[in-house]
Structures are given as C-alpha cells and as structure tokens.
Write a protein that binds this ligand. Sequence first.
Ligand code: HEC
Ligand code: HEC
Length: 355
Amino acid sequence: MKTGEFIAISCFMAFIVINGVLPAHTHAGGLIDMGYGSRGGSMGAGVARSQELIQPIPISFDYDIAKIELGKKLFFEPRLSKSGWISCNSCHNLSAGGADNLPSSIGHKWQFGPINAPTVLNAKFNLAQFWDGRAKDLKEQAKGPIANPMEMASNHELAVSVLQSIPEYVQWFKEAYRVEKITLDNVADAIAAFEETLTTPNSRFDLWLKGYNRISQIEQEGYDLFKNKGCIICHNGFGAGGTSFQKFGIAKPYDKDTQTIGRYNVTKNEKDKYVFKVPLLRNIALTAPYFHDGSTWSLSEAVKIMSEHQPGVTLPDTETNKIVAFLQTLTGDQPSIIVPTLPPSTAFTPKPNRN
Ligand code: HEC
Ligand code: HEC
C-alpha cells in the first residue's frame, strides 16, 4: 500500500471512529450539554427514544474504501462534463449542504434547469431518486446528469473515454472493479459508493433521540407540533422524509407552479399529478431555497406553505417559529472531506468543448 493511500484510509477510519464513539462531542453547533431543557436529565444519555417515527442516522462501517476513494474523485471530476467545467459538486456543493442554493441549477452553457437541486447528503435514505422518483437508486441516478444536455451535457461514451485516456483512472478502476476497460456502470457504481458515505449523523435531534438532553424546550415543543400537525406522517424515517411519494397540495392546491407534474411523468397515472418524493428535512437549514420550484428562501414561509397546503391548517407565528426551531436541530455533522487531487489529462484525453 502506498503511503498516500494509507494516510487516506487512516484518516477515514479515524473519522468513522470519532463519529462512532464520541457523538456528544462532534455534533453540529458544538453544543456540549449546555443545560438545555428539563426532561431526560442534563448529563449523559437517558433512555433512547426509540419509539419515535424519525430515527437517528446510523453510522455504518460497511464501506469499500477503493470504490469510495474513486467515487469521490469522480464526484469532483469536471472532465465528466462536455465543457470540462461542471462536476457533480458544482450543483451538489459539499461545502454548502450538498446543494447549490439556487432556485434551479445552472448547467452547460449557463442554462437554467427546470427544477431545484435536492441535496446529495443522506440521499441514500430516499426510496427512489429525483423529485419524481424516476431513478430507482443512487447508481441509476448517477448516470443521468452526465448525459443530460442541460446539466453536464456529455454522453456516456465520451465520459468513459475521458477516464480511459488517463492511466491513473485505469489503474483505480482495475483495483476497485478488477476490470481493464472502464464501463459507465462502474463509474456510476463508484459515485454511488461515495454518496453512500455522505450521511450527517449526530445532529442535536439525533442525540436527543438517543437519550441525550440536547434540544431546548422550544425545540422540543416544535417537534411535538411537527407530530401533532401531521408533518411526521410524511416526513419520517432516517431522513425525516424520502420514505414516500405524496401529493403537493392535499388540503389546498399548490398554484405557484402547475407545470411540473412530478410522479405522473413516471407512472402516467392521473392520480400521480403533482405527486413528489417527500424531501428529506435533514440539514434543511442549509439548503434554501425550498420546494421543487425553489419558490421560497425562508424556512418559516416553507413551513407555513406546507401546513396550509398539506394538513390544511394555518399556523400562528409562535407555532411556526417553534417548528422552525425544531427543524434547525436536524443539521448534523457534515462530511469531512479532503478535496481529491485529480490526475492530469493526457494527449489522448478528449478536449473540453464549451459549445
Ligand atoms: C447542473 C446541475 C447538476 C449537476 C452537474 C448534477 N446534478 Fe444532481 N441534481 C440536479 C438537479 C436539478 C436534480 C433534481 C432533478 C429532478 O429531480 O428532476 C438533481 C438530483 C440529484 C439526485 C437525487 C436527489 C434526490 O433527493 O432525489 C442525486 C443523488 C444527484 N443529483 C447526484 C448527482 C451526481 C452524482 C452528479 C454527478 C454525476 C450530479 N448529481 C450532477 C442538479 C445537478
Ligand atoms: C401529505 C404529506 C406531507 C405532509 C403532511 C407535510 N409535508 Fe412537507 N413536503 C411534502 C412534499 C411532497 C414536499 C415537496 C413539495 C414540492 O416542493 O414539490 C414537502 C416539502 C417540505 C419542505 C421543503 C423541503 C425542501 O427541501 O424543499 C419543508 C420544509 C416541509 N415540507 C415541512 C413540512 C412541515 C413543517 C409539515 C407540517 C406542517 C409538513 N411538511 C407536512 C409532503 C408533506
């Protein structure tokens, strides 16, 4: 094993170990028991709240380092795009909650896409990928943007031939997949393996779920409202979302965007019009603007719109504020990533094309 690899692996293992063993000291915001709240005791863990419908994000050790390291390079690899300029990270910025914080993304030739980019963080917990669920998993999803004319605008043969022209990539694919020739399937598989690691454990809410006293009275009241108003019927599971497809506009039709019809695109079933994958609310404080059309920058407005259109209740400001306070406790440890060094192009590497 080369020293570089060893260091990378050691750092990675240390990251996992630190996350696993010291949840109370590594969570977002650095709040280490500040005497919040009155329930559950103020020191250490009480009884885990395992009956709740939102579960703490698990910390998995089942990782294949060769695939993950390769997938990380591919995630940051702009040469997978026609222009040689756009990578997955351009729109799913891992420094910014795994999204681009734009109403809709900017792709090839500065084209604006039709829909807001969801975060890649915790995307593994989605029952399917994309707002309409048209990709069944992360691997299938990863093939999409490379060839999407509005996004990276390459095509699969070109993307693979770029990688095949670079000896380091040929070697890494050989190590990870025992293949001489790179295939798109392996490219997507490696990217998905990397994305599997992009989870955000140890949010204050998760620590509370595990029995630690880490959320304030107001935040807990916000969570109680989240349950009592019915939000949790749709936003549940590890991701506080991503477990079902639901109509946007149950109690009252959503009229700001009537062009995007959601799940209907996949099923052609009339009752799936305006049905979307329920978004994850993990790290929601980091991923404004909100909704598939990116129509609001304000989390409190998003909460108000939701309660008006879904359960059909008008929330007083005091209640909205409490729910927002609860949602802010869902920000977890962001993936700690060493930006990968990409190998240089060779004489055989297809040149970027910005047209
Ligand atoms: C030009 C911007 C752009 C680029 C580049 C891009 N994406 Fe996306 N991504 C989006 C948008 C927009 C969506 C939502 C599209 C939809 O649902 O119809 C999305 C959706 C996703 C999703 C689904 C998340 C969910 O909650 O459903 C994943 C995962 C993802 N992208 C990963 C990737 C990967 C991996 C790459 C690189 C191979 C990539 N993206 C490149 C903009 C981009
Ligand atoms: C019947 C299911 C359902 C219920 C109940 C529900 N939601 Fe949603 N929620 C959704 C769907 C579907 C979307 C995506 C809407 C879209 O943009 O197309 C969404 C989107 C959101 C968003 C924006 C997420 C993002 O990343 O853009 C927030 C915030 C949110 N919901 C909070 C709440 C709150 C708070 C409640 C309770 C008052 C609630 N939801 C109740 C299904 C539901």
